[in-house]
Design a protein around this ligand. Structure first.
Ligand SMILES: [Mg+2]
Length: 390
């Protein structure tokens, strides 16, 4: 079997409410859907996060084409090494989502050929359902409390909010609001996205601890692991690495520095599902749990990750997702959360099918105004960049 073509379709799916974080807000999610075609009529589907933009992903996919077309889609390790060595793609990260989408589509093909759900090929079902958090994106305390209440009513057990605003007291107030909305047993996770200096991180986390924190995600720069280890030694809340742990190579460094209690892993940033499994393995060997990070995904990428998470023991905390934000999807049977958990698809391959009408609708939405769903914040554009906060 040989790969004959890679087809890419950027789509823009709206959010129910804007996603707000330290660096701006966005109205919807742009992703690039990928179809890998073969000479035997089997087609695999994949999805790339539009990181850093859909244009970059589309250009990376065009650059991948001569390295991938003509290859056997079942030779995924060979394809990945071919891209890295023959294609001299030594500097991954910005090009990783494109490679991850091709990897995903190839796994879809392999599992379809085997007539098995992908989970079987990645180690089998360690668990039947996977836990996800409820993303509280509201800017103010009242909005945050209301969104947390909605998530609790839907049965989610873990709540995630961005922190790192100019005043620590404002963040503490929002954490308290989420606690009031989510209830006393809820797990609350805060993510500063590197916004704090070590001193600010220690002060902020200690101020939030009375409200009960499950994890504090990337409180300080992910590029200075000694700082993370310093903070980790001075707060009671476990730290979750994210910007420090984009790839398997980074995760090894996080482990070596003792910089975190849990580690984010992401097949989009690490160039494929096999690397997601490898990353989890590195952390498991160090006795650390992992959390699936999300740059935002639609139903295809979610299905792919579900298979790997279900087959990998140390995904024990709630994983990231955009369930609370997305207004729609591009697959015929969208994932339905039951008390914050998703079942692993049963069908062969990824077990999902593209809804052609929706793909066409959201491809048109992207084509009409490609920038409409990007992060935007007029204030942030004109204000001086002033991180980290002291
Ligand atoms: Mg994060």
């Amino acid at each position: 079997m040989r790969i004959t073509a890679i087809e890419a379709t950027p789509v823009a799916v709206p959010f129910r409410a804007d996603e707000v974080w330290a660096f701006g807000r966005r109205r919807g999610l742009v992703c690039v859907l990928v179809e890998v075609r073969t000479d035997e009529g089997v087609t695999g589907i994949g999805e790339a996060a539009a990181y850093p933009s859909a244009d970059v992903v589309l250009a990376a996919l065009r650059a991948l084409e001569p390295l991938v077309v003509g290859e056997d889609p079942t030779g995924i390790e060979r394809i990945t090494k071919r891209v890295e060595v023959v294609g001299t793609w030594h500097h991954m990260r910005n090009t990783s989502p494109a490679l991850a989408a091709v990897d995903m589509a190839c796994w879809d093909i392999v599992a379809k050929i085997c007539g098995q759900p992908l989970v079987t090929l990645f180690g089998g079902r360690f668990r039947d359902t996977v836990d996800f958090f409820h993303y509280v994106s509201g800017a103010g305390p009242a909005e945050a409390a209301e969104q947390a209440r909605e998530g609790a009513e839907r049965g989610f057990g873990t709540f995630y909010l961005k922190v790192g605003s100019p005043r620590i007291a404002d963040d503490v107030e929002r954490v308290a609001a989420v606690r009031s909305g989510a209830g006393p047993d809820a797990r609350i996770r805060v993510d500063a996205n590197e916004a704090w200096s070590p001193a600010a991180a220690i002060r902020a986390i200690r101020a939030m601890q009375p409200h009960g924190l499950e994890l504090a995600e990337q409180p300080v720069s992910g590029r200075n692991l000694a700082e993370m280890a310093y903070v980790r030694g001075r707060v009671d809340t476990p730290l979750l690495a994210n910007e420090a742990s984009w790839t398997r190579f980074d995760q090894l460094e996080v482990v070596r520095h003792g910089a975190a209690d849990a580690v984010s892993v992401d097949n989009q940033m690490d160039g494929g599902l096999l690397n997601l499994k490898r990353s989890a393995g590195i952390c498991e060997a160090a006795g650390l749990p992992v959390v699936k990070h999300s740059l935002g995904e639609l139903g295809v990428a979610m299905a792919a990750a579900l298979h790997v998470m279900a087959a990998t023991p140390n995904f024990i905390h709630a994983n990231q997702c955009y369930a609370s934000l997305l207004a729609d999807d591009v697959i015929t049977e969208p994932h339905v959360y039951d008390r914050g958990r998703l079942p692993v698809p049963d069908g062969p391959g990824l077990g999902v099918t593209l809804d052609r009408d929706k793909v066409a609708r959201y491809a048109e939405a992207y084509a009409k105004d490609p920038d409409a769903h990007a992060f935007h914040d007029e204030d942030a554009l004109t204000a001086p960049p002033s991180l980290p906060r002291l």
